[in-house]
Design a protein around this ligand. Structure first.
Ligand code: ADP
Ligand code: MG
Length: 148
C-alpha cells in the first residue's frame, strides 16, 4: 500500500513534512526510534520536506543540505532524552560507514526521531518499520511524493 501526493510549491511540500512530524509525535512509542527514509531525485524536495518536518517537531534551527555533515543532532527538550537526527547519506559509500558513526545506538533510543536523506544507500541497516518517502521531480514546481 502506498499513498501519492502531488505538490505544486515548496510550501506544500513543507506542509506535508510538518504533518508527518506531528503524526509521529502523536504515535505510540515503539521499541526503536521513529525513522523516516527519504529517497529520490536530486532537487526532488527532500531537504524542503525536512524543513517542514523540523518545524512540525518545534525545531527553530534552520535545516540545510548538510554538504559535509553526515549526522546532525538537535535536542528535543520536550521528549525526555530524545533527539532529532538529520542524516545525509549522500557522501556515504556503504552501511558500514554509518554504523561506525554510532547509527545503531541512535536508532535504539525510542525517544529519537531520525530522518535519513539518500536512505537507499543504507537500506539494509534500516528496520522494517522505517517510513519510506520517494521524491520525484515532475516539473519546475511539481513534485510527486510517494509514501510507502
Ligand atoms: P533535495 O534535497 O531532494 O535534493 P531540495 O529540497 O534541496 O531537494 O530542493 C528542491 C528545490 O526545488 C528547491 O529549490 C525548491 O524551492 C524547489 N521546488 C519547487 N517546487 C517544489 C515543490 N513542489 N516541492 C519541493 N521543492 C520545490
Ligand atoms: Mg537534500
Amino acid at each position: 500500500m502506498s499513498t501519492e501526493f502531488l505538490t505544486t510549491s515548496p510550501d506544500q511540500t513543507q506542509k506535508l513534512g510538518e504533518n508527518l512530524a506531528k503524526d509521529i509525535l502523536m504515535a505510540k512509542p515503539l521499541k526503536k526510534a521513529k525513522i523516516v527514509g527519504l529517497v529520490g531525485d536530486l532537487g526532488g524536495g527532500k531537504t524542503t520536506f525536512l524543513q517542514g518536518f523540523a518545524k512540525g517537531l518545534g525545531i527553530k534551527e534552520k535545516i540545510l543540505s548538510p554538504t559535509f555533515i553526515i549526522i546532525r543532532r538537535i535536542n528535543l527538550a520536550y521528549r525526555q532524552a530524545g533527539n532529532f537526527y538529520h542524516i545525509d547519506c549522500y557522501r556515504i559509500k556503504d552501511s558500514g560507514e554509518l554504523l561506525s558513526l554510532g547509527f545503531e545506538k541512535i536508532i535504539s533510543n525510542p525517544k529519537n526521531i531520525v530522518v535519513v536523506e539518500w536512505a537507499d544507500r543504507i537500506r539494509k541497516i534500516l528496520p522494517k518499520e522505517t517510513i519510506w518517502l520517494n521524491f520525484k521531480f515532475i516539473n519546475a514546481k511539481t513534485r510527486k511524493i510517494v509514501l510507502e
